[in-house]
Design a protein around this ligand. Structure first.
Ligand code: ADP
Length: 343
């Protein structure tokens, strides 16, 4: 059914094309992630003071938490241009080399989804990051010759949803490595109030917290829900977003008070109804949902785990008591059969 495939859209940034100005432009506008901001603020300031190039930065965490935004802030604060690419877009070594050879001193190269970089491309990055040089090989076999091309010094900012998939040699070349965490409701409320001001829509503080609570700890989702609620307010409530308006609009979107959408509910229900609450392997759940396991790992599970609705055990995924009570289901009774232990 169409609406049941309503995966939280934290990956697809449709909103950026319509309302590009929601992205904070500087460290002071960036809500939350205090320690990450402070680390980067110091590193940027120090690099500028020494007239040096900023160390390479690796940012990791679930989609929509502000990795791309932070990469842009780093380049803004350094006052240098940013080149934006992604792991899957760099198919051959030549794709990366042509970008690197055009980089100017101190510029920022941002590679999103860096864990999806093909191995052949990744290998060029090692010397580029460490020695600011790439070894280009001409011909093959007996005639093979290599030529070392020097590059201008640059800063690589890598973003990934799966730090664990990064090979150690690549990971070790990042001088600064930081993970972004889910945001609190109060931080998301700030994001929403800030975005509403940019969108020129009036919003009450208690309406913003109502939206924040359903945003799965993710600013991108908060902004997406704000747009839906704004549409609803404009059509049904003279444009002002009150608590009642946000409540009604989000109900219509099929999002419950914990921020779960129909897909999350279906995910949990499958474990409960088909697998007795688990443990069950993720592949089995993915097959039942007809969804990619990677999508479930990146976009669905992190929030369910964080919200305490799901557990990862050595034998598979298991729903928690909270999931049963939230979905108003009765947990299975513990087996009444007692195991006879050998004497
Ligand atoms: P990621 O790269 O981690 O997937 P993005 O940087 O694209 O996430 O962030 C998604 C959207 O959420 C941005 O367009 C921005 O509007 C908003 N956003 C992210 N982080 C913050 C933040 N700390 N403060 C305010 N808005 C944010």
């Amino acid at each position: 059914m169409e609406e049941e495939r309503n995966i939280p859209d934290a990956e697809n940034d449709e909103q950026e094309h319509i309302i590009p100005d929601l992205r904070p432009k500087g460290f002071t506008e960036y809500v939350g992630q205090k320690q990450v901001v402070e680390t980067l603020q110091i590193a940027v300031k120090a690099a500028k003071k020494r007239d040096d190039v900023l160390d390479h930065v690796l940012l990791y965490g679930p989609p929509g938490l502000g990795k791309t935004t932070m990469a842009h802030i780093i380049s803004n604060e350094l006052g240098v241009p940013l080149v934006h690419t992604s792991g899957p877009a760099l198919e051959k070594g030549g794709d990366l080399i042509s970008i690197l050879t055009h980089m100017k001193y101190g510029n920022v190269l941002f590679i999103d989804e860096i864990h999806r970089l093909p191995k052949v491309v990744e290998e060029f990055l090692y010397s580029a990051m460490e020695d600011f040089a790439v070894d280009i090989i001409f011909d093959k076999g007996m005639n093979a010759r290599s030529y070392r091309a020097k590059l201008e010094q640059f800063t690589l900012v890598g973003a990934t949803t799966r730090a664990g998939l990064l090979s150690p040699p690549l990971r070790e070349r990042f001088g600064i490595q930081r993970s972004l965490d889910f945001y609190t409701d109060e931080q998301l409320q700030k994001v929403i109030i800030r975005s509403a001001a940019i969108l020129e829509v009036e919003i009450d503080a208690d309406a913003a917290i109502e939206i924040a609570k359903r945003s799965r700890g993710t600013p991108r989702i908060a902004n997406q829900l704000l747009r839906r609620v704004r549409d609803f307010a404009q059509v049904r409530a003279e444009g002002r977003i009150t608590r009642q308006v946000s409540y009604d609009a989000l109900l219509l979107e099929g999002i419950d008070e914990m921020g779960l959408n129909l897909f999350d509910v279906r995910f949990l229900n499958i474990i409960i109804d088909f697998y007795n609450g688990g443990p069950v392997g993720l592949e089995a759940i993915a097959a039942t949902l007809q969804e990619e396991t990677d999508t479930l790992i990146d976009m669905v599970e992190p929030y369910l785990l964080k919200a305490g609705l799901l557990m990862r055990t050595s034998s598979g995924r298991k729903v928690t008591g909270l999931a049963y009570s939230h979905l108003k289901k009765t947990p299975p009774k513990k087996s009444s059969v007692q195991l006879e232990l050998p004497k």
